[in-house]
Design a protein around this ligand. Structure first.
Ligand code: SAH
Length: 210
């Protein structure tokens, strides 16, 4: 059972001043031990609002972006969600405390295994992990109420749109040098896209696994 710590409370306060309003998101971020997910050499900075290395040349996003994307994802009250880009498993752990079930895909085998170990240690038993290419989504587990992508795609992957339920939403950074965070919503007639803000993510690699 995770508990809110003073460092967590301070982080939540910062996130609130930056415009995060969903109290459940703030509470979960205040108790998720971010220092377990970053490279050990940076663990003293884990509760700061900054992006940090997680190994294999990848990074964990700034907590503000994790909170913002989670808040956007939860607007449609999803229960069954897909995350593309497990990375350290930090965002996965946040999500697993807020929805009924999370499916997550990572292309680097080593990161997938490390994340699974951490999720088990934190008793996040509502998470299914897969080593695979997130451009293809996870068809056998879909369709999903919502999908979150935590790497920047050059364009919105078709498979992810196909695996989104009606009324569902996809939260995804799109672009190469200039990246925009987008929310794509599926309604009865098709897809509606809106742009939220500029972001900076590692690229969503198409097709090859590591
Ligand atoms: N959300 C993560 C950080 C993600 S960093 C966290 O909280 O730690 C982006 C991750 O996306 C990296 O681990 C990278 O390996 C992964 N990735 C990149 N392209 C991918 C793809 N096509 N399918 C699955 N994962 C991918």
């Amino acid at each position: 059972m995770l508990e809110i710590t003073p460092a967590g409370l301070a982080l939540a306060k910062t996130l609130k001043t930056m415009g995060i309003t969903n109290q459940s998101v703030l509470d979960v971020m205040a108790k998720t031990p971010r220092h377990w997910f970053v490279d050990e050499a940076f663990s003293h900075q884990a509760w700061e609002n900054t992006a940090l290395p997680i190994g294999q040349g990848q990074t964990i996003s700034q907590p503000y972006i994790v909170a913002k994307m989670t808040e956007l994802l939860l607007e449609s009250n999803p229960q069954h969600i897909l995350e593309v880009g497990t990375g350290s498993g930090y965002q996965t752990t946040v999500l697993s405390q807020l929805v009924a079930s999370v499916c997550t895909i990572e292309r680097i085998k080593n990161l997938k295994f490390q994340a699974r170990r951490k999720l088990n240690r934190l008793d996040c038993h509502n998470v299914s992990c897969k080593h695979g290419d997130g451009w293809q989504g996870w068809q056998t587990k879909g369709p999903f109420d919502a999908i979150i992508v935590t790497a920047a795609a050059s364009s919105v992957p078709e498979a992810l749109l196909d695996q989104l339920k009606e009324g569902g939403r996809l939260v995804i950074p799109v672009g190469d040098t200039e990246q925009m965070l987008k929310v794509v919503t599926r309604d009865t007639t098709g897809f509606i896209s809106r742009t939220i803000e500029t972001v900076r993510f590692v690229p969503l690699i198409n097709g090859e696994l590591a």
